[in-house]
Write a protein that binds this ligand. Structure first.
Ligand SMILES: [Zn+2]
Length: 199
C-alpha cells in the first residue's frame, strides 16, 4: 500500500485505467503532472477537453474525426470499393501507420463477445450492411483480431454479407493467434493484409 493522499491515489487510479499503463507508470505520470505549475496543468487539461469537444465519429466509417467526414473517407485517391473492417479506431490507425493500404475502413466499435453480452446489435453491423448495399463495394477485408471474439465476429460478417456479390477476405498470414492488431508491427500487418485469403 502506498501512502499517497486520497486525491493523488484517485489520480493514479484514473491514469492506470488507461490502456497500456501499469500502476508504476501511473504513479510516475501522476507525480509528473503534480510537479507542473498551475498554468501548465490548465493547458494540459484544456488540450484534452478541446480534443474531446471537436471529435465525433465519421458518419460513413465511424473513424474519429474533427471534420464532417474523416480524412480517409474524403480522400479521393483511395480505393473506395475496398472496405477493411476493424474492431476499434486504434486498429485503423495501426494499419494507416504502415501506409500500404489504400482502401477505406469500417470501424465496428467492438467485437462480438458473448461472455460480456456484446452482440452484433451493439456494433456498427447494420451500418456495414447499408454501405455494402448502397455503395459500389467490391471487397470486404475482415481485419478483426485473430482471437476467439475476433474470429466469431469475422464469421458473423461473412454470413451477414453472403447475399451480396462481393469478395470477402480475412487477414491471416503472419499474425500470431490470440494477438491484437494494434500491437502488431506494421511490416507484419502489411503482410497480413497483402496475403489475405478469401473466405
Ligand atoms: Zn470515415
Amino acid at each position: 500500500m502506498s501512502d499517497f493522499p486520497d486525491r493523488i491515489e484517485e489520480l493514479i487510479r484514473e491514469i492506470s485505467s488507461l490502456p497500456g499503463i501499469g500502476p508504476k507508470s501511473a504513479e510516475r505520470i501522476s507525480l509528473c503532472i503534480l510537479s507542473k505549475n498551475e498554468s501548465e496543468v490548465e493547458k494540459f487539461v484544456n488540450i484534452i477537453q478541446k480534443a474531446k469537444e471537436n471529435m465525433h465519429l465519421c458518419p460513413v466509417c465511424f473513424n474519429i474525426t474533427d471534420k464532417e467526414r474523416c480524412n480517409v473517407c474524403t480522400d479521393s485517391k483511395r480505393n473506395h470499393s475496398i472496405i477493411c473492417v476493424v474492431e476499434e479506431v486504434r486498429d485503423l490507425f495501426a494499419i494507416e501507420k504502415g501506409k500500404y493500404y489504400d482502401g477505406v475502413f469500417h470501424v465496428l466499435h467492438g467485437r462480438i463477445d458473448p461472455m460480456n453480452h456484446i452482440s452484433p446489435e451493439n456494433l456498427k453491423m447494420k451500418e456495414l450492411v447499408k454501405r455494402v448495399s448502397e455503395e459500389d463495394v467490391k471487397e470486404i477485408i475482415i481485419a478483426t483480431n485473430p482471437n476467439f471474439n475476433g474470429d466469431i465476429t469475422a464469421l458473423y460478417i461473412q454470413r451477414l454479407l453472403k447475399p451480396y456479390d462481393i469478395k470477402i477476405t480475412r487477414i491471416a498470414t503472419g499474425l500470431p493467434k490470440g494477438t491484437e492488431i494494434d500491437f502488431v508491427d506494421s511490416v507484419t500487418l502489411s503482410m497480413a493484409i497483402k496475403d489475405r485469403k478469401e473466405i
